[in-house]
Design a binder for this molecule. Structure first.
Ligand code: CO
Length: 174
């Protein structure tokens, strides 16, 4: 009986530790991109400052959906995309990333190549990638900063196998 109690206690402790570690990892990665000052919509009224930054908050959960399927930025801006996985599932089963492709990339072909790149977090060898984040699981955040490409309409997607069918959107540079 006593042994059982100890076992239960230990199990509880282990669970608590696991949860704690996840939380601290999250807050760490969240505090990383602290340059959110430039993200306020009010700044849009300022005449286009060359090189001024814009921050896009993008979320995706266990429902395998981005909360935004249309991202619009001004040409000449530095763009930071903060991708947050708002779900709980591990990256091995419900991984999410953000991959931005060149304007005339065949997205079907690219997604097929990405599926084979498991060893590289599903980022294939390709010169069609403008920018991409890491692959994350529930509770994690990842960021990427890049210069907005030339004016045009670009595709972004999650390259985790099977996600591209619904996890995709348009990235417009105006
Ligand atoms: Co995904």
């Amino acid at each position: 009986m006593r042994n059982l109690l100890i076992l239960l206690l230990l199990t509880g402790l282990l669970t608590a530790c696991g949860g704690g570690a996840e939380e601290s990892a999250t807050s760490e990665s969240k505090s990383e991109p602290a340059t959110t000052a430039a993200a306020e919509p009010a700044k849009k009224e300022t005449p286009a400052k060359k090189g001024a930054g814009v921050t896009i908050e993008l979320n995706a959960g266990d429902d395998m959906q981005y909360d935004t399927k249309l991202i619009t930025v001004d040409a000449g801006k530095s763009v930071t995309v903060n991708l947050t996985h708002t779900g709980q599932m591990a990256k091995e089963v419900m991984g999410h990333n953000f991959v931005l492709l060149n304007e005339y990339t065949d997205v079907d072909d690219f997604a097929a190549a990405a599926m084979k790149a498991k060893d590289n977090d599903y980022i294939p060898e390709s010169d069609e990638i403008i920018a991409h984040t890491g692959m994350i699981g529930g509770g994690e955040t990842t960021s990427v900063t890049f210069d907005a490409p030339a004016k045009g309409t670009y595709d972004f997607l999650c390259t985790f196998p099977g996600h591209y069918g619904v996890m995709k959107g348009k990235f417009i540079v105006q």
